[in-house]
Design a protein. Structure first.
Length: 317
């Protein structure tokens, strides 16, 4: 097994992560929170030192990834990256112990959405943004690794993007990964920006819109308040969240295929059909339960049934 390509990918991942820490640093400085900005800066330096060191140490090695190296890369990214993601949470004082910080980082990066950060309303905007940002990055990484791993075990199935990745080159898996990264990043970014802009247009303030845009497309579900009541400020906000939670849960290979001319990509895919079937059945059952157990108007029952069903089935929470 060749470790050089694995370390190169891990190094670049950490280096990009260190650069992303500059975003919450700017927010902390704009809010006059020098201590928190310093915590992020120290974390960024440590992450960049480690990631850059890996890149430099393997810069002369250019072998492609085999199946084993691809699986090892996935394991190391999901276990090692949260170690560095957790640093700002602990250094900035958002959580009392590093174990709590690692839990928060792992939960966000894997888009599970469980949180140990308390009193979100009292937390720095830099911390809240970092929580949302790591979900967005983790959601993107998950899409990439699923697509790439599917090709390494020769299981493209009827997945249009995976088939394209396999055909893109038969000699080096690294080129297939590059193809998947660039193809999905464009779609993922466009959808995220669209979600943010629509949430902003619905009446949400720009910062909340950005955080919820990141957590919605990734289906991670981190909120910026303990109650999350800002999600139900108006119906337009709910509609935007429902649509983009569903889009985030659908395979991005289907989005890619649709945008590349295959207008039946969704309907020909069983995964999409099962998801839609589950949403319809789940909404119907919850609507029946709310009708029997509450005295709310019918339109309110429909709102809550649809929103909660989509939130649950897409694992956004």
């Amino acid at each position: 097994m060749l470790l050089a390509p694995v370390m190169t990918i891990l190094g670049w991942f950490l280096s990009v992560l260190a650069i992303l820490m500059s975003v919450p640093i700017l927010y902390a400085l704009s809010d006059g929170e020098v201590g928190i900005a310093t915590g992020f800066f120290v974390s960024a330096l440590g992450t960049l030192f480690f990631g850059g060191g890996l890149v430099l140490a393997t810069r002369m090695e250019t072998p492609g990834l085999s199946r084993r190296e691809t699986f090892l890369t996935a394991v190391l990214v999901w276990t090692m990256v949260p170690v560095f993601v957790a640093m700002p949470f602990y250094v900035a004082g958002a959580v009392p112990t590093y174990m709590d910080a690692y839990f928060e980082a792992l939960s966000g990066f894997t888009t599970n959405g469980a949180s140990v950060v308390e009193n979100l309303e009292d937390q720095s905007r830099a911390i809240l943004l970092w929580r949302a940002l790591i979900q967005w990055v983790g959601g993107y990484a998950l899409i990439i690794f699923v697509s790439t791993l599917a090709t390494t075990i020769s299981m493209p199935g009827n997945n249009p993007l995976n088939q394209a990745i396999v055909k893109s080159t038969r000699r080096r898996l690294s080129r297939r990964i590059r193809f998947a990264v660039l193809s999905i990043l464009q779609i993922y970014t466009i959808m995220t920006v669209s979600c943010i802009m629509l949430l902003w247009a619905s009446g949400m303030d720009p910062f909340h819109a950005m955080c919820y845009g990141f957590s919605t497309l990734s289906t991670g579900g981190f909120t910026v308040t303990d109650t999350g009541l800002e999600l139900f400020g108006n119906r337009f906000t709910e509609i935007v969240l429902i649509v983009f939670m569903a889009l985030g849960a659908i395979s991005f290979s289907l989005h890619w295929a649709f945008l590349n001319g295959d207008r039946r990509s969704y309907f020909d895919n069983p995964e999409y059909r099962y998801l839609m079937f589950g949403l319809v059945i789940g909404t119907g059952l919850m609507l029946l339960l709310l009708t029997l157990e509450t005295d709310m108007p019918v339109y309110q029952n429909v709102r809550y049934a649809l929103f909660n069903t989509v939130s649950a089935l897409t694992t956004t929470g």
